[in-house]
Design a protein around this ligand. Structure first.
Ligand SMILES: [Zn+2]
Length: 169
């Protein structure tokens, strides 16, 4: 826990490298514990006497491909400028370039803050590039087609292939 006001007055700079294992809420979104999360935070006061935290995160993690459910390496990059506020009214009155960080007390759990930023930076769905994905695109668009292939029915795509002009059978 860190006293945000004191850190801002001091102009504190903080940084470090975390691992997915350190991040209890973010970890379940990942395909594995390999990876690094590099964090930099700069605390300051702005001209309106707000307490401001500049947060920059560069993370290399393993996301889950939603097509084949295999791990895929993903880079997350996030930069935000947070203003510490203590009430919802203060949060609403902030200028657009500042995101509110609503605190109930003067201290703030920095790991929680990093986790929130990472969860926001994570795409809701991740997919391998076509070609590197373990599952064919066809079954992604229509799972029923895959069932058909598993049974012994003729694959409709093979039929189409035979109908193409120039294919001699
Ligand atoms: Zn995939």
């Amino acid at each position: 826990m860190l006293d945000v006001r004191k850190a801002a007055v001091r102009g504190a700079l903080m940084g470090g490298v975390l691992e997915p294992l350190d991040l209890e809420r973010f970890r379940p979104l990942l395909a594995g514990d390999e990876g690094t999360v590099a964090v930099k935070m700069a605390f300051s006061r702005d001209e309106e006497s707000r307490y401001v935290i500049d947060v920059a995160i560069e993370a290399d993690i393993l996301a889950v491909c939603q097509r084949c459910l295999e791990p895929m390496p993903e880079h997350l990059s996030s930069e935000s400028k947070l203003a510490v506020v203590w009430t919802d009214e203060e949060a609403v009155s902030l200028p657009r370039y500042l995101d509110p960080l609503i605190l109930k007390e003067d201290s703030c759990n920095l790991w929680e803050l990093v986790e929130d930023e990472l969860i926001l930076a994570m795409k809701p769905f991740n997919y391998h590039e076509t070609g590197t994905c373990k599952r064919k695109t066809v079954s992604f668009f229509d799972p029923l087609i895959k069932e058909d292939v598993l049974e012994d029915k003729p694959n409709p795509f093979n039929v189409l292939e035979q109908l193409k002009p120039g294919n001699k059978h």
